[in-house]
Design a protein around this ligand. Structure first.
Ligand SMILES: [Zn+2]
Length: 118
């Protein structure tokens, strides 16, 4: 089950320019309605939904923010810090595989903690 909604106006104003979608379990919010048909983007966000469920939602956000700050110290670059968060590494690595979630193992994002950086 997935609920894909378009960003409300206030979120469009708050969102960074490079953000096309945000996942707030159980919703996927996309910046523009045409992005609802972007299979790769939706697959990426569905991986984040699974990660959020596995971590009981709130700890996911705490982990995400904490790892972002650690990666920011590590890479000293906001974009590199973001793409190297383990949740993002997993989502980017498998966003082109629509069958990924059916074969994915529990807490699979842990394998991406120590992946080589981008
Ligand atoms: Zn992502």
């Amino acid at each position: 089950m997935k609920w894909v909604l378009v960003f409300p106006g206030w979120l469009k104003r708050l969102a960074f320019r490079f953000v096309s979608a945000i996942t707030f379990w159980p919703f996927i919010l996309v910046k523009h309605s045409h992005l609802k048909a972007d299979e790769r983007l939706i697959c990426h966000e569905m991986i984040h939904l699974r990660q959020q469920v596995e971590l009981l939602v709130l700890p996911f956000y705490l982990w995400y923010l904490t790892e972002y700050l650690v990666r920011l110290i590590q890479y000293r670059n906001r974009h590199q810090a973001y793409v190297n968060i383990s949740f993002e590494r997993e989502a980017y690595a498998h966003e082109s595989n629509p069958d990924y979630l059916s074969q994915r193992k529990f807490w699979a994002f842990l394998r991406f903690l120590s992946s080589p950086g981008k």
